[in-house]
Design a binder for this molecule. Structure first.
Ligand SMILES: Nc1ncnc2c1ncn2[C@@H]1O[C@H](COP(=O)(O)OP(=O)(O)O)[C@@H](O)[C@H]1O
Ligand SMILES: [Mg+2]
Length: 501
């Protein structure tokens, strides 16, 4: 059975269809100048095919996040995750068959490329048993597969270009169907563009893009002139999944809104007196803080993983892919956790310990809202202490003892930079374990530089907070005079086990 989704209508008024199964095998390239309607077209395609096939959207402009509510796509804020974490998430996306939007909007180009490469790499590298068909939509693909070296590092460009080449050239066997859109065909790497057999060509002004389009489509350059006169939302369709001959079509409506509207001129409001105008912009308005707070916060890696594990694959109607899809059981939501559970979950993520306290606190609040737990009962100051305790590696039992309370109280009086290190040393002293190495101390500070950790220790010693003692064998003991405690002897240059693992 073939599934034909309706992309819009032809000039004769008949439906313009796209054969989804053919598309999986033959990929699609969309080209058109900025404002020609490419993102709208991609949205139409995604909406119409959402019930049939899993989808991933690489979204450099945050255009597609609105698909989440209507179609259940999980939105991944790429800025909130490391490349390694994104790669892992991608593997789980395939395993659990969840449709996602990878929002790259808050990253600068170099990191957009690296993060997209990591995610695409994760999709590509999964075990054979997870090679289910999926559409991989990449908007503004020239960013990820640039034809020429730009301002980004060679390394980022190679990673990103490699991932795009894999997607378009070798993805098919793995079930990945690349759908890429670009505003400048001449800026898109040739080998990436060449792997698409279907084309939707929109309005194009520049001769060089027109010439590239003509070459790709096997048209006379003169014939390609027709792209110049296309209106917004009008495209020429060609390819095995679309039409055997160049077919002008108009893309139909979409259900969800894009976020980048067209700027329209609007009459100015009646002007206020200059003094009033100044007040209007300098003073916070009513409810303003509420609005600022309600901006969606990026979810943490653990969050997204929990969401992925809890979501269910799309329920497909009868389709030749259906048997594969149906084979996957629906996962159940976990029972409602307590506040402590949520805290443990958030602070249990090793990545969280490297991040800024305020950000992790926001994650914590978001997670609490998801679980309908009142997170505000832990304020930022309390959260900071909990995080410092977690960074120090203190277990829940120790954290509740009076001795530890004393260490905690001492630490809160110190400059923030010292707190987590002090607590880590206190913990080693309390538990009579070896003095932590520089690498471990670096980690407790949320950094990865052992050299700086050593510098900090020396600084703390100058301030009289600790006393560093080396024994004849090069092992280090640190004393905490205010507590009257001393750590065991430890090798300062030992590697951080958690890092090695
Ligand atoms: N087929 C269409 N029907 C109605 N509006 C459209 C259509 N195509 C594009 N638009 C509108 O035109 C504007 C620009 O479209 P967009 O898809 O963002 O362009 P591009 O991604 O090519 O820069 C958007 O406001 C979009 O909603
Ligand atoms: Mg766009």
């Amino acid at each position: 059975m073939t599934v034909a989704i309706e992309m819009g209508s032809t000039s004769a008024g008949s439906p313009a269809t796209l054969d989804l199964e053919e598309l999986l095998a033959t990929r699609l390239l969309v080209q058109g100048n900025s404002g020609s309607g490419k993102s709208h077209l991609l949205r139409r395609l995604v909406e119409q095919s959402a019930q049939w096939v899993q989808q991933v959207i690489i979204d450099p402009e945050g255009d597609f996040v609105t698909l989440a509510e209507a179609y259940g796509h999980v939105v991944l804020d790429a800025a909130a995750h490391t490349e390694a974490a994104l790669q892992q998430v991608a593997a789980r996306v395939r395993q659990h068959r969840v449709s996602v939007v990878v929002n790259l909007e808050s990253l600068e180009t170099e990191r957009q490329m690296r993060h997209a490469a990591a995610f695409l790499g994760g999709l590509f590298d999964v075990d054979r048993e997870f090679w289910f068909p999926m559409l991989v939509v990449v908007d503004e693909a020239q960013l990820f597969a640039p034809a020429a070296a730009g301002e980004v590092s060679d390394e980022a460009r190679k990673a990103s270009l490699g991932a795009m080449t894999n997607l378009m050239c070798r993805g098919r066997k793995r079930g990945l169907a690349g759908i890429i859109a670009t505003q400048r065909l001449a800026k898109l790497a040739k080998n990436v563009a060449a792997e698409a057999s279907n084309f939707l060509m929109g309005r194009t002004f520049l001769d060089i893009d027109m010439a590239r389009a003509a070459d790709l489509l096997g048209m006379e350059r003169r014939q390609a002139e027709m792209f110049r006169d296309l209106n917004r939302g009008h495209f020429i369709a060609l390819g095995p999944a679309l039409s055997r001959r160049p077919l002008p079509i108009r893309i139909g409506d979409v259900q969800t809104d894009g976020r980048t509207g067209n700027a329209r001129l609007m009459p100015m409001p009646p002007s206020a007196a200059p003094a009033d105008a100044r007040d209007l912009i300098m003073k916070p308005g009513e409810n303003e803080s509420v609005r600022a707070m309600s901006r969606p916060t990026p979810a943490s890696t653990a969050d997204i993983l929990a969401q992925l594990a809890a979501s269910q694959p799309p329920q497909p109607p009868a389709f030749s892919l259906a048997s594969e899809m149906a084979a996957h059981p629906v996962r159940e939501m976990p029972p409602k956790p307590s506040l402590d559970d949520v805290l443990r979950e958030v602070l249990g993520d090793p990545e969280a310990l490297y991040r800024n306290v305020a950000q992790v606190y926001q994650d914590f609040l978001v997670r609490c809202r998801q679980y309908a737990v009142n997170g505000r009962s832990v304020d930022l100051a309390a959260f900071r202490r909990k995080m410092a305790t977690a960074r120090a590696g203190v277990d829940a039992e120790t954290a509740d003892t009076p001795e530890w309370e004393k260490a905690l109280a001492l630490s809160t009086a110190m400059p923030e930079d010292f707190q987590s290190v002090f607590l880590m040393l206190a913990r080693a002293a309390h538990d009579q374990t070896p003095c932590p190495s520089n690498a471990q101390i670096a980690r407790a500070r949320g950094s990865r530089s052992p050299r700086r950790a050593l510098g900090l220790l020396e600084f703390m010693e100058q301030r009289g907070l600790i006393i560093i003692d080396m024994d004849a064998y090069g092992a280090r003991v640190i004393e905490l005079p205010a507590l009257g405690w001393k750590t065991g002897a430890g090798n300062p240059d030992a590697l951080d086990e958690d890092e090695v693992a």
